[in-house]
Ligand binder design. Sequence first.
Ligand code: NI
Length: 186
Amino acid sequence: MAIRDILIIPEKKLRLKSELVKTIDARLRALVDDMFATMYEAPGIGLAAIQIGEPLRLITLDVAGKDDPKEPRVFINPEIVWASDETSTYEEGCLSIPEYYEEVDRPASVKVKFLDIDGKEQELTADGLLSTCLQHEIDHLNGVLFIDHISKLKRDMVMKKFKKAARKSGGDGPLADDKEPSHHIG
Ligand code: NI
């Protein structure tokens, strides 16, 4: 199990469309272990494989409160098969866009089909934070970032800031201070 580097915008890989997982083998399980280690260390509540440079349709999540027992969840090849008309707004952040938070509207509830780590088909209807987080992570599998859901003006501003920081530091985020990330979704 290893803590891996998380890709930060403007890294182009974050815009890739990830590919379906074809085989659930020891290699994939090792990747899942790395993803949990990286996600908990960050700390974040969700991580898509592409965020550590692996273009596979694979997500790790844990939306349990920080004082509650861990609830690690793995979603392989997840697909949203239903979304509510009702929307909810949540202030999102992303481990690939450190220290930037903005409100995003999304369907309040979604139904997701996926494979579990044993390759068994599963279905989950989620609402609240789990729903938001699942939609945010599934977006990553399609090369979509939460800043794509905000105004172009705000998106351009944040992209500009991170491009400038990447030029200066050779790729690291702009705010390398010790601030506690409070709600990085992943
Ligand atoms: Ni994210």
